[in-house]
Design a protein around this ligand. Structure first.
Ligand SMILES: NC(=O)c1ccc[n+]([C@@H]2O[C@H](COP(=O)([O-])OP(=O)(O)OC[C@H]3O[C@@H](n4cnc5c(N)ncnc54)[C@H](O)[C@@H]3O)[C@@H](O)[C@H]2O)c1
Length: 337
């Protein structure tokens, strides 16, 4: 059993606490939040768990092996570093930190102390995203032409990060995991409709070393909730609708067939191939349950998490380049590594 402490019991923290409590692999020991009202809620729901407003007290506890951090992004680095220095394994919320340099320092500290450092890129643990990865990596989709995602709703306006850092962060982790590619350049546009607040709507285009292109549309000011991703390949295409109760993934045997005849190619004449659509059966497992179990595996066996510090770093690198591009009204920015 891995004994766990959770720091931050706001909106997302309770999901972590619920899953750490329910998992047969981990044992919830303590919750820390600066807000006593949130601690009162935690104490009512989990009377056996210790609560504290003092992070130092939680990190000093000898009966805690691992810490999960679900505070606003600006605190991730300071808290994750303190937890590693206290000898705790760390699961930190997405995005991993406010800068790629902070991510790098956390990766180094965890490596030096031989501690597990994992980032909660939750989507990677969903059966739907794992299926998409299988379809791409097995070659069933063929060469990937594009990834196109819409992630909009009347969402919670965040004060400390813009909509790219809040929502597009999901797509960046999915793209790395499913396509097995990391962007080399990014162009982002967006705007804030609340004076002084971060951008609440943004469009981001990602370029790769291959001919794959990705586009991500994120928005906290949409009248309807849409969570739809298209991945199109030379052989097949996938539609992932996260809001579908079943059949979240649909695979379409559709595409174009380019003519071998040079004259026809010159005239850009393509044939259309329209075959069957099928919806693969997906497990009903909650992503966080699988993730908590994976975290315990990695700690016990010293293995590298699927969503390790390097993925967290890669995602933040793109977000930094996207922020530079936003400031330049969409100018293409390289993602240096
Ligand atoms: N993985 C996901 O799908 C997902 C979904 C939502 C949010 N998140 C992430 O979870 C994190 C928290 O988001 P949220 O929406 O729950 O925020 P929130 O503001 O609702 O909750 C944050 C909590 O942390 C507490 N807190 C702040 N600073 C603290 C500190 N130094 N020590 C202890 N407690 C502190 C606050 O009092 C608050 O209760 C963010 O990084 C966000 O990106 C992830």
């Amino acid at each position: 059993m891995i004994n766990v402490g959770v720091i931050g019991f706001g909106y997302w923290g309770p999901n972590l606490v619920r899953n750490f409590s329910a998992s047969g692999r981990t044992n919830m020991v303590a919750v820390c939040d600066l807000d006593p009202k949130r601690l009162a809620v935690a104490a009512r729901s989990y009377p056996a768990i210790r609560t504290t407003t003092d992070v130092k007290e939680l990190l000093a506890a000898g009966d805690i092996d691992a810490v999960a951090i679900s505070t606003p992004v600006q605190h991730h680095f300071e808290l994750a570093m303190a937890a590693l220095k206290a000898g705790k394994h760390v699961l930190v919320e997405k995005p991993m930190a406010s800068t790629a340099e902070e991510c790098r320092l956390l990766i180094e500290e965890a490596a030096r102390r031989k501690l597990t450092l994992m980032v909660d890129h939750t989507f990677i643990y969903t059966p739907a995203v794992q299926k998409m990865r299988d379809l791409v990596q097995s070659g069933e989709l063929g060469e990937v032409y594009y990834y196109d995602s819409v992630r909009v709703n009347l969402g919670l306006f965040q004060h400390d990060v813009n909509v790219l850092w809040d929502l597009a962060v999901h797509d960046l982790s999915i793209i790395e995991y499913v396509l097995g590619q990391v962007p080399v350049a990014v162009s982002a546009t967006g705007i804030s409709h609340v004076p002084g607040a971060p951008e609440n709507i943004a469009y981001m285009t990602l370029f790769f070393d291959s001919s794959t292109i990705a586009h991500v549309n994120v928005n906290w000011l949409a009248p309807v909730k849409v969570r739809q991703t298209l991945v199109s390949g030379s052989k097949k295409m996938v539609v992932f609708n996260e809001l579908e109760p079943s059949e979240k993934i649909k695979v379409y045997d559709k595409g174009i067939v380019l003519n071998d005849d040079q004259e026809q190619i010159n005239k850009l004449i393509a044939g259309y191939r329209t075959g069957d659509m099928w919806a693969p059966q997906l497990a009903g497992t909650e992503a966080l349950a699988a993730e908590v179990s994976h975290f315990a595996d990695c700690i016990e066996n010293g293995t590298t998490p699927l969503t390790d510090g390097v993925m967290g770093f890669n995602v933040v690198k793109v977000l930094e380049a996207a922020s530079r591009s936003l400031a330049e009204r969409g100018a293409s920015m390289p993602v240096e590594r």
